[in-house]
Design a protein around this ligand. Structure first.
Ligand code: MN
Length: 503
């Protein structure tokens, strides 16, 4: 797992690859500032402290995030651990960077000690998310490197950090659709939380993969050829290995029988458009016979966290079973980076737009969470309520965006009407149409995480359509539509009865 120590030049190269206009001077200045601030400090491993800051920044650059977030990554431990202050950071690197770092510092103050701390940490994470999701993303990068260097900590402490990552960080990453980050956080923690299970899964995976390597190369080649012959455009075909911890979880569900895991290694096809994805699926099914009931169209019906791909499992050469995952580059990025993709550089959009974009989150459950804290009569009760809520929170919620980049949180299967009411009841009452990802959609279409939703309103509209009650998901939208319907029926009755209008 260990990789060479990145330098500031490596980070700059990575940033330039993502955005040719990246502000290299600011990156160098941030490195110089952090390097001086941490001078003489060492990590538990004995390495210079700055190495950790470089790794954190590199992970952010690899997620194709903008320079201001990489800068915050370089400086994230400065106010907490050095003589330099938040004010100095603000003077040199601006308010946005200073605010992000303040958020990271606040989160870092909580140490994981037993259930009460655990709950407290959970609460802090949610609150930080409410303020600025970028803080959580930087915290993930920071935590990932800490996990990768746990071997130099005393076992008890290492266990605590790993357990917290597995139970709090990884589920939040998953919730935010950050598949790659979730997988890496889990795999890095797995070893410390369940060492025996880790060893078992690792050796099982390694031997199985080893045996399949050549076979898979053949399948990839054949797929590539078949697609080319059929004239189906594709960007690439490659193999992907399942993350270890998710393999372990799946093994537990399959009686620990690795022969029943069909996606230990999958073949992934990246195609230019969604139409090409379906065409590729057709070609693959023409070459190999699909297993019944294993064709999954997550493009038509994405998973609740926004994951979209076509999956199919086929009887391949010599009767071996192989899973294929087919998606566009955009869907691929979304699957890997989730909500972080929102800040990624996009050459088609304006530069300013992505650098300054900030996503304040309007998540009802965050305020519910602090209410809960006041309501609970004692800590025990609070913890119990929170545990129940945690289960609730991590399931069945989606995050969608306004055209300005604000995040709106909704229950799964919500529609543009729910979204409109979430923004303002007036917008709900007067909405007539919706654009989802720049495409006109019906008002009853199901939204998914990551969608950008724009509501078209008609000022002359009298009020909501009672038929909307058939598809809205949020209680708020439902009650507003009902209120309106009742008011108009009353008005209508009043109009029928002479004189009643004056009463
Ligand atoms: Mn750190």
């Amino acid at each position: 797992m260990s990789r060479p120590q990145p330098t500031i030049e490596d980070i700059i190269q990575e940033a330039l690859q993502n955005d040719p206009n990246a502000d290299v001077e600011t990156l160098r200045a941030a490195f110089a500032f952090a390097d001086e601030a941490h001078a003489g400090q060492k990590r538990a491993s004995g390495e210079p402290y700055i190495n950790h800051c470089l790794f954190t920044a590199m992970y952010l650059a690899e997620m194709r995030l903008p320079v201001n977030m990489i800068v915050a990554g370089l400086l994230h431990d400065v106010p907490e651990d050095t003589a330099k202050t938040s004010e100095e950071i603000e003077a040199k690197f601006g308010k946005d960077v200073a605010t992000m770092i303040a958020g990271i510092t606040k989160l870092g103050r909580i140490k994981y000690r037993g259930i009460e701390r655990y709950v407290e940490n959970l609460r802090k994470m949610f609150l930080a998310m409410a303020e600025d999701i970028r803080v959580i993303i930087i915290k993930f990068a920071d935590r990932l490197h800490n996990l990768e260097t746990l071997e130099s900590l005393p076992p008890k402490k290492a266990y605590r950090v790993a357990l917290e990552s597995l139970e709090i960080y990884a589920p939040i990453a998953n919730r935010l659709g950050m598949g790659e980050m979730k997988g890496r956080l889990e795999d890095a923690s797995f070893k410390y939380v369940y060492p025996k299970e880790y060893e078992w899964t690792l050796s099982l995976a390694q031997s199985t993969r080893e045996g399949k390597r050549e076979y898979l190369t053949d399948v990839i080649e054949k797929t590539d050829q078949a697609l080319a012959e059929a004239g189906v455009k594709h960007i690439e075909v490659h193999g992907r290995s399942k993350h270890l911890y998710s393999l372990y979880r799946k093994l537990l569900r399959q009686d620990r029988d690795i022969a029943r895991i069909y996606d230990l290694i999958a073949v992934r096809v990246i195609a230019p458009t969604v139409a090409d994805c379906y065409a590729a699926l057709g070609v693959i099914h023409g070459v190999w016979t699909p297993l019944k009931g294993r064709i999954k169209d997550y493009i038509a019906t994405p998973k609740p966290n926004g994951y979209s791909s076509l999956h199919t499992t086929v009887f391949c050469e010599e009767g071996e079973i192989v899973e294929f995952q087919i998606r566009t580059q955009e869907l691929h990025n979304r699957a890997e980076y989730g909500i972080a993709a929102h800040w990624q550089y996009d050459e088609h959009k304006g530069k300013e737009d992505h650098v300054t974009r900030k996503a304040p989150v309007h998540m009802d459950w965050i305020s519910q969470l602090s209410d809960l804290h006041h309501e609970a009569s004692d800590t025990g009760q609070y913890i119990k309520m929170l545990e129940e809520m945690k289960i609730d929170l991590f399931k069945d919620r989606i995050f969608v965006f306004t055209p300005k980049g604000d995040v709106i949180e909704l229950p799964e299967d919500s529609t543009p009407v729910d979204f409109a009411y979430q923004i303002h009841s007036d917008i709900g009452n007067k909405c007539t149409a919706a654009k989802v990802n720049n495409k006109m959609e019906q008002l009853n279409v199901m939204l998914k995480s990551g969608d950008v939703v724009e509501i078209v309103t008609d000022k002359s509209r009298k009020g909501p359509n009672p038929d909307w009650l058939n598809f809205v998901k949020t209680r708020y939208a439902r009650s507003k539509i009902r209120q309106h319907a009742q008011a108009s029926i009353k008005g209508w009755i009043k109009g029928l009865i002479p004189g009643s209008g004056r009463g």
